[in-house]
Design a protein around this ligand. Structure first.
Ligand SMILES: [Zn+2]
Length: 329
């Protein structure tokens, strides 16, 4: 039995495996420029962030109907459950779908068809976080929030993702203020490729409660001290960092130093179909590459539930935490 854990940094579009991509392409009459799943799988072995993003957006063309989004989410939840995930807070990128004529309702209702049944079917509780693409305009983010208003009972919070450098958090001040006024939780990618200042700005200007990635905080001792003092969770994605060259090799990953510094770190999979593994694979990889001891792994699992947005159900959080403490490696 795998270590029980929550996944807090997972882009649902990044869970599209080649087999499902072909299945959905056939169902929707979409032509993919690959002969078969094997050739497509080779394309998943991209060089850098841009080649990943190109493929990521290209393949989204196969997602057209509610049923497609439902199948995508169900495939992820089955894999996640098999790797010990008990709770998942799932990102989605509506702008990437709205831009190709797929409406907010299709995306949210489709995902919800899987999420609504997830506990019964997979034993995984779920929440949905809507991300804004930071390389799109602030106006586009505001329009996206507006489009999401009929579906806010399905959405727990907002996030900020895609290409970071050159798109500082302050650009999205207005939409985050509007999201806060609607009672939405707030997170943002910061300090993955962008500088530590983006982390500070995400906290002070956007009012985020969690930082996605946040790796580069390690360049600023005062910031580390603040993150520790304020118990700000960081959602790290080690295999993603290697694939996108944020770190050269996993053995160089700062996770052990971050834990030693007292940071509230969690381990997640980001875009698992593209980055070489789901969350359990990330745990296994850091365990072997960084020599993490069992109690460190337990700490990471504990942190994932502490950092999750389960304030509406503290009894559930306590139950999950008890599972972590009772776990035998
Ligand atoms: Zn991410």
């Amino acid at each position: 039995m795998p270590l029980p854990k929550a996944e807090l940094h997972l882009h649902i579009e990044g869970t599209l495996e080649p087999e499902l991509a072909f299945e959905l392409a056939a169902r929707n009459g979409v032509e993919l420029p690959y002969a078969d799943t094997e050739e497509l799988r080779k394309a998943y072995d991209f060089e850098d962030l841009q080649s990943f993003l190109n493929l990521y957006y290209e393949l989204m063309a196969v997602l057209r109907t509610e049923r497609d989004f439902e199948d995508l989410a169900n495939a992820y939840l089955a894999r996640a459950a098999a790797q010990g995930v008990r709770h998942a807070e799932i990102f989605f990128d509506p702008q990437a779908h709205l831009a190709r004529g797929v409406g907010m309702g299709t995306v949210v209702e489709g995902l919800w068809r899987a999420l609504g049944e997830s506990e019964a079917r997979h034993g995984v509780s779920t929440q949905l976080i809507m991300c804004f693409l930071r390389d799109e305009s602030a106006e586009s983010a505001l329009e996206t929030l507006e489009a999401a208003k009929p579906y806010l009972d399905r959405i727990v919070g907002v996030g900020l993702d895609s290409a970071e450098v050159g798109h500082p958090p302050v650009k999205f001040r207005e939409v985050y203020e509007a999201a806060a006024a609607l009672g939405l939780r707030r997170v943002a990618h910061a300090g993955e490729e962008g500088p530590p200042e983006y982390i500070t700005e995400a906290l002070d200007v956007l009012g985020v409660e969690r930082i996605d990635h946040g790796l580069r905080c390690m360049e600023d001792a005062a910031l580390v001290e603040r993150l520790v003092r304020e118990r700000i969770p960081l959602t790290l994605c080690p295999l993603s960092n290697v694939r996108l060259r944020t770190v050269d090799v996993l053995a160089d990953h700062p996770l052990p130093a971050m834990l030693d510094a007292g940071l509230l770190c969690t381990v997640n999979s980001d875009d698992p179909a593209y980055f070489g593994g789901y969350v359990g694979d990330n745990f296994d990889a850091v365990r072997s590459a960084l020599g993490l001891e069992e109690e460190r792994l337990r700490e990471l699992a504990r942190n994932s539930f502490v950092a999750s947005f389960l304030e509406h159900d503290e009894e559930r959080r306590a139950r999950y935490l008890a599972e972590v403490e009772a776990y035998r490696f």
